[in-house]
Ligand binder design. Structure first.
Ligand code: AMP
Length: 285
């Protein structure tokens, strides 16, 4: 496994793989690898010959009051885990490699990136789409793998790749959960014992909303039910609960299935997000 920090080195390592006719899969991450990252790597290994992960805590996707400085960094441990998981190349650039002096370009996706998390985190998606566009250009993978836990991000990145004619297949993979249902997340380690104990209620509320949607509940009814369930929990401070169309992310309103019910809520200073997708005539994903 190669561990490189510059674009030049990454391209050199990739060109050897390509010369051997290998397909390339990219898993973008912010490091501090956990079970969900390993599931993405595993999926990439099944489909692609040469697996690249990027480890980059992208400063431009954090708001000024957010946790950029505090965000866990664990490169040594990540290298060990990635090696064991069969990764071929880690691209772990410092910020100045991605944003050298004079950097002046921003890539943004309108509409899709403006609701849900985009509303409360105005610079977040432009930061994500700019860095992902760069990573896709640097690595030029055949496939890139993202988690459905960040559902809006997945839809936005699919749009980005399609709109810019990027020759890459964007693959979404199911949310990986702890045994009590809490979506695995780097930020879960910020939770106190008390907060961690109630955190699974976020997914439980979404599951009950999904049940209501399956019984014919409208988007608005589902949103109300999930919001009420969360607001009944003293520790949760709800940012949004929205039932949206899985592709357009438009509010379902009086319409029913299909829908993705997405929510963001704070436990103390820790912001948790989760979602559940409910299709017509099927269970939920
Ligand atoms: P991050 O390092 O948090 O930026 O995440 C890197 C990738 O892992 C993104 O595509 C995320 O959507 C994905 N991811 C993070 N947590 C989960 C999870 N619990 N289940 C599935 N994918 C996840």
């Amino acid at each position: 496994m190669d561990v490189v920090t510059t674009v030049l080195e990454a391209r050199a390592s990739l060109s050897t793989a390509r010369a051997q006719g290998q397909t390339v899969g990219l898993v973008p991450t912010m490091g501090a690898l956990h079970a969900a990252h390993l599931a993405l790597i595993e999926a990439a290994r099944r489909r692609d010959d040469f697996v690249v992960i990027s480890i980059f805590v992208n400063p431009t996707q954090f708001g000024p009051a957010e946790d950029y400085e505090l965000y866990p960094r664990a490169l040594e441990r990540d290298v060990e885990l990635a090696e064991k998981a069969g990764v071929d190349l880690i691209f772990a650039p410092p910020p100045q490699e991605i944003y050298p002096e004079g950097f002046a370009t921003s890539v943004s996706v309108t509409g899709l990136a403006e609701g849900l998390c985009g509303r409360s985190r105005p610079g977040h998606f432009p930061g994500v789409t700019t860095v992902v566009a760069k990573l896709l250009n640097i690595v030029q993978p055949d496939r890139a793998y993202f988690g459905e836990k960040d559902y809006q991000q997945l839809v936005v990145i699919k749009r980005l790749a399609a709109d810019l004619n990027m020759p890459v297949e964007i693959i979404g993979l199911p949310t990986v959960r702890e045994s009590d249902g809490l979506a695995v997340s780097t930020r879960n380690q910020y939770l106190s014992t008390e907060q961690r104990a109630v955190a699974p209620r976020l997914y439980q509320a979404l599951q009950s909303g999904a049940g209501l949607a399956q019984q014919g509940g409208s988007g608005t009814e589902v949103e109300q039910a999930v919001r009420e369930a969360l607001e009944g929990e003293a520790l949760f401070d709800v940012e949004y609960v929205e039932a949206v169309h899985p592709n357009s992310l438009a509010a379902r309103g009086e319409a029913g299935l299909p829908m993705v019910v997405a929510a963001a809520a704070y436990l103390g200073n820790t912001r948790l997000i989760d979602n559940i997708r409910v299709e017509e005539g099927s269970g939920n994903a």
